[in-house]
Ligand binder design. Structure first.
Ligand code: C2O
Ligand code: CU
Length: 484
């Protein structure tokens, strides 16, 4: 068994700044060292321009300690799991000098960020795979505040499962201070044996593909059950990122509720008082947590099983993700959280085109997943005219839920019961359907969509679309789908 309270596992490269700096920049009313155990490394900024963040990222295998006393040969960015937290402000330009020192090809996808098409990291679609030993320069401007992340897009179930992911935060300096100090928690899991060795990428065979591979070891910022120090009444803005291959998070804390601010693309239209935070693979949650436990007490942040289809909750216990220690300091009075957060205009759907995407699973000699019955390696791209708005009915008659993700554009879920917000990933529960609206207003090119249970994506539940500028019809060849 893994014990609680692991010694900190912060593997800082010599060039990196101390990890705590960006977390508590605004405020000193949290307990000292409140987030030390949770801090992620921050890359060195190579560019003196305050509006440019320029950094080096290297994907490489590195021994990291996850199970106490053992070394896991994890796949890392810059030697740590997760990789460095990239954090900059709205409008900044980011330049990433990327080097692939893995034994396999890879790419980086900037999940949720509206980057130029050729920076999107989709192998064989927006760029060739970056071979072992190869380099690539990613460069883009940050157009949307919010909580994002980055991960490979080749053999993604394996590469993400071995540790390749990092947080990417775009700050809006205009956000209200009442949200409290900002804490980023990247949630992941790993399939490890008792000696910390990685389970084979295809563990469970067809069942692994079908159910999606959940690693048994839960990590918060790469740590097993770390401790967060809080002060009664002192708010914290939590940004939770689900970077697992397949695990759904349902996060609960005894005696507490959360004020949900939004998720994928920053703030929603209104804040919402919620009992739990559900974050499916690829999604993010942005919420204010107000510690309410008596000074001197300890509480436990729990992962609670969530229905995501056949057998996904049956006799599964909840698990401890994080320990919360309320320090003895006198309580402070929480600040009121605004109700109205942001204006989100509904898309004009008057001339929208309609499509149905049916998420499908066929059991052959191997599990073959697809969209409208076609796995990605046989799929023709959806053809879309630049400037069009489309309404997609996403149908799921399979026995499993699927978190549907679209690259390049945010969408609006058509559901009056939800607080309006812009999303890039949304859960489509088993035996249900939902409708999204997207405006393909700019950045013509080829963009992916797929289930973010990465085992499902690799089993075929993935496709791409081509947004064509009708005034430049020759400018874009139809790319060939990539099949490794
Ligand atoms: Cu985070 Cu194509 O995915
Ligand atoms: Cu799926």
């Amino acid at each position: 068994m893994l014990s609680a309270g692991l010694p900190g596992l912060v593997l800082l490269a010599a060039c990196e700044r101390p990890p705590t700096e960006p977390l508590a920049a605004r405020d000193v009313s949290q307990p000292a060292g409140w987030a030390d155990e949770l801090a992620m490394p921050v890359p060195q900024d190579l560019n003196p321009d305050p509006n440019v963040l320029e950094l080096e990222l290297e994907a490489r295998i590195e021994n990291v300690e996850i199970v106490p006393g053992f070394k896991t040969p994890a796949w890392t960015y810059n030697g740590t799991v997760p990789g460095p937290m990239i954090r900059a402000k709205l409008g900044d330009r980011v330049i990433v000098h990327f080097k692939n020192s893995l034994p396999e090809a890879t790419t980086i996808h900037w999940h949720g960020l509206r980057v130029p098409n050729e920076m999107d990291g989709a192998p064989g679609v927006t760029q060739p795979p970056i071979e072992s030993g190869g380099e690539f320069r990613y460069e883009f401007q940050l157009r949307d505040a919010g909580t994002y992340w980055y991960h490979p897009h080749t053999d993604s179930s394996t590469q993400v499962g071995r540790g390749l992911y990092g947080a990417f935060i775009v700050d809006d300096p205009a956000d209200p201070e009442a949200f409290g100090d900002d804490l980023v928690m990247l949630l992941s899991d790993m399939g490890l044996d008792e000696q910390g060795q990685l389970l084979p990428a295809d563990s469970g065979g067809n069942f692994g593909d079908l159910f999606g591979r959940e690693g048994a070891v839960l990590l918060v910022n790469g740590k097993v059950r770390p401790t967060l120090k809080v002060r009664n009444g002192k708010q914290q803005r939590w940004r939770l990122i689900n970077a697992t291959r397949a695990r759904y998070y349902n996060v609960r804390l005894r005696n507490h509720r959360f004020m949900r601010l939004g998720g994928d693309n920053g703030l929603a239209a209104r804040s919402a008082d919620v009992y739990n935070l559900i974050i499916t693979p690829g999604e993010r949650a942005d919420a204010v947590f107000t510690p309410a436990d008596p000074p001197g007490s300890t509480n436990v942040l729990r992962w609670v099983p969530t229905e995501r289809g056949y057998g996904s909750t049956f006799s599964r216990p909840s698990e401890t993700m994080l320990l919360l220690e309320t320090v003895a300091d006198a309580p402070v009075t929480p600040e009121p959280i605004p109700t109205e957060l942001r204006t989100i205009e509904p898309l004009d759907l008057s001339s929208a085109k309609h499509r149905t995407l049916d998420l499908t699973i066929a059991i052959k000699s191997k599990v073959e997943m697809g969209v409208n019955g076609v796995p990605f390696w046989n799929a023709k791209p959806l053809e879309i005219a630049l400037g069009d708005t489309e309404i997609w009915r996403i149908v799921n008659n399979t026995d499993f839920s699927h978190p549907f993700h679209l690259h390049g554009y945010f969408f609006q879920v058509q559901d009056d019961a939800r607080v309006p917000e812009w999303k890039d990933t949304v859960n489509v529960p088993t035996k249900s359907e939902l409708t999204i609206a997207v405006r393909f207003d700019e950045r013509p090119g080829a963009w992916m969509y797929h289930c973010h249970i990465l085992d499902h994506a690799e089993a075929g539940m993935m496709g791409h679309l081509v947004v064509r500028d009708p005034n430049a019809p020759q400018s874009l060849a139809t790319p060939a789908p990539h099949h490794h």
